[in-house]
Design a protein around this ligand. Structure first.
Ligand code: FAD
Length: 556
């Protein structure tokens, strides 16, 4: 903990999961914090989004490193939490670490600026004349407040409604309507199934490729969530071999699905088998342009279920060409009657407390405009011109994996920077590293996707990189020799953030080990990945074939 006189005053804008974990890490480092949260409840977007929503990442991957929650059985019987359950988890987290006293609910930050006379950051609230003063600021406002809506040709003519997914609160709103869902991400996947179930007709408009479809429960409900086999070895498969690896993976799943029916189900396929196979064929159809490592994952196969189970009233369509009074014309020139268009087209990053601030100067406004593209920031967190005075927490989004664990690592890093236990490199060095990082991402995810999805990152590579910076990445070679059972779990088990509590600042090795060893894991696919990875590593080490270098060996 820093000395009394080194403690900083830190202002945190937003009390969602990023604000909460940032608060917890700063308090652990002894800093004085104040969280401004505009709503009256804790939980951020999960208290505001559609209430039947369920996570697409399992709780094992999503939970913070040192708090499992009240349901301890979840380690052995993992599942996805509903949005309501996750909001409760955040409440329990806040109670457990005694964080609520630092949060000011019902306070919206209206303006943020730097006062150069005392070198402090100032915050002005809506409906409050007081000005708050801080040494450091954490931007944890998320992106959920600012929807991104496309404009369609002849939109003014259309007599139906055009909504954003954010405006849907309950699936029953689709009752007896002709609905057109736009998009192919996880929310679109939830919405199209709901529209197919409740609506009269449902159309799913997708312009190009859909995300790489992974069902929430890939092995069937009996074996738990799909992301249990996105282990360290799975994430270490060299990205250059993505197409080959994904094809093998998909065929492996197909063969297993058919064999299971033949031997265990007397040749009969269940609904689950049919949906799973249809999802695999959809992935295989676009494998040349989008494999598991080059696109975002749609970790939710409701999209397939809607198209397969409700095929009599649910259809896939290309992009929207134009709107007419009561109908939509798609790019293949088909025309359908539609009551409501629901755009699942994501969110826009914006910082209204700077953009509309009368106090912030133009230079600060420019820095914040640049920061809207998260790739412009050093490791998605720091603007090179502002250094560690302002941290953006929660703006990196992995193609596969959960977001809160990344927020936690970012928060730990920021807290250590505030305590001067770590320092940022020079501005020139940060700029150079930002360029190198974007080049790496473009190589892996294609320049098109990096330009479009400006927060996208690669889960393990990014979290390992932050862990190295913090000094909490475990020494896997040492663990291999000293604790082989733990090593096996770390390599082949789900990617728990508890691994980053084994060593380093604020380590909790006993608790972390217990969580890792107890957590359920899926053996079969991981043994397959293990064999593949050994071959790639062999070719890299012996023949120096660069494309065979395991992905986790890339230092950013
Ligand atoms: C429908 C949906 C499902 C998702 N499912 C998953 C999932 O399964 N797994 C996963 O890892 N991620 C998921 N995500 C991604 C999700 O965005 C992040 O995981 C995470 O919840 C974002 O947290 P946050 O704290 O950054 O933002 P939020 O949860 O949006 O919290 C930001 C908070 O800041 C407050 N705020 C904003 N502006 C101000 C201001 N000016 N003054 C004061 N307060 C302010 C807001 O009121 C809000 O409470 C999902 C996202 C959506 C939209």
């Amino acid at each position: 903990m820093p000395d009394q006189d080194q403690r900083l005053d830190v202002g945190i804008i937003g009390g969602g999961c990023s604000g909460l974990v940032t608060l917890k890490e700063l308090v652990a480092e002894g800093h004085r914090c104040r969280v401004f949260e505009k709503s009256n409840v804790l939980g951020g977007l999960y208290t505001q989004a559609y209430q039947q929503g369920v996570f697409v990442s399992s709780h094992l991957l999503t939970m913070f490193s040192d708090f499992v929650g009240k349901d301890v059985d979840i380690l052995e019987k993992p599942r996805m939490l509903s949005f309501i359950e996750y909001a409760q988890y955040l409440n329990d987290y806040a109670d457990h670490f005694q964080l609520k006293e630092f949060i000011q609910f019902g306070t919206e930050v209206k303006s943020l600026w730097k006062d150069f006379s005392d070198q402090k950051w100032k915050v002005r609230l809506t409906n409050d004349t007081q000005i708050y003063s801080f040494d450091r600021i954490a931007i944890c406002c998320g992106v959920f407040g600012n929807i991104s809506l496309p404009t369609f040709q002849n939109q003014d003519l259309f007599q139906g409604k055009i909504k954003h997914m954010k405006h849907i609160q309950r699936y029953e709103e689709f009752q007896d309507k002709h609905i057109c869902i736009v998009g192919s991400g996880e929310s679109a996947s939830d919405m199209i199934l709901a529209a197919a179930q409740f609506g009269k007709k449902a159309y799913l408009s997708i312009r190009k490729d859909h995300g790489f479809i992974v069902p929430r429960y890939i092995h069937g409900d009996r074996f738990g969530p799909a992301d249990l086999d996105t282990s360290r070895i799975h994430h270490s498969i060299p990205r250059a071999w993505g197409v080959l690896h994904t094809t093998i993976d998909m065929f492996n799943s197909l063969i297993k699905s058919y064999l299971k029916c033949l031997f265990y189900q007397k040749g009969r396929s269940t609904d689950y088998d049919i949906v799973r196979r249809a999802g695999i064929y959809m992935n295989l159809k676009q494998i040349r342009t989008s494999n598991v490592w080059t696109t975002y994952g749609t970790k939710n196969s409701n999209i397939v279920e809607a198209l397969v189970k409700y095929k009599h009233k649910c259809q896939r369509k290309p992009g929207i060409k134009q709107l007419k009074v009561h109908s939509v014309v798609f790019e293949d020139n088909t025309e359908e009657y539609v009551d409501e268009i629901v755009c699942c087209t994501g969110f826009k990053t914006s910082f209204p407390f700077i953009e509309q601030s009368e106090d912030a100067d133009d230079t600060l406004k420019r820095y914040f405009t640049e920061a809207k593209i998260s790739h412009n920031l050093y490791k998605h967190c720091f603007h090179p011109d502002l250094g560690d005075e302002v941290a953006w927490i929660g703006f990196a989004r992995p193609a596969l994996g959960a977001i809160p664990p990344l927020m936690e690592l970012q928060a730990r890093w920021f807290a250590l920077l505030c305590s001067k236990k770590l320092t940022l490199p020079s501005k020139a060095e940060m700029n150079e590293k930002i360029c190198k990082y974007v080049k790496y991402l473009e190589w892996q995810l294609t320049p098109y996707r990096v330009n479009r999805l400006t927060n996208l990152t690669d889960y393990l590579i990014y979290s390992d990189d932050l862990a190295r910076t913090i000094g909490c990445r475990p020494n896997f070679t040492r663990i291999f020799f000293t604790e082989p059972k733990l090593w096996m779990k770390l390599m082949c088990g789900p990617l728990l953030n508890a691994q980053y509590r084994l060593i380093g600042p604020h380590a909790k090795p006993k608790q972390a080990k217990e969580v890792i060893l107890k957590a359920k894991w899926v053996k079969q696919p991981n043994i397959l990945y293990f064999c593949m990875l050994t071959c790639y590593a062999f070719f890299y080490l012996v023949f120096r074939i660069e494309s065979c270098k395991p992905a986790s060996w890339y230092p950013l």
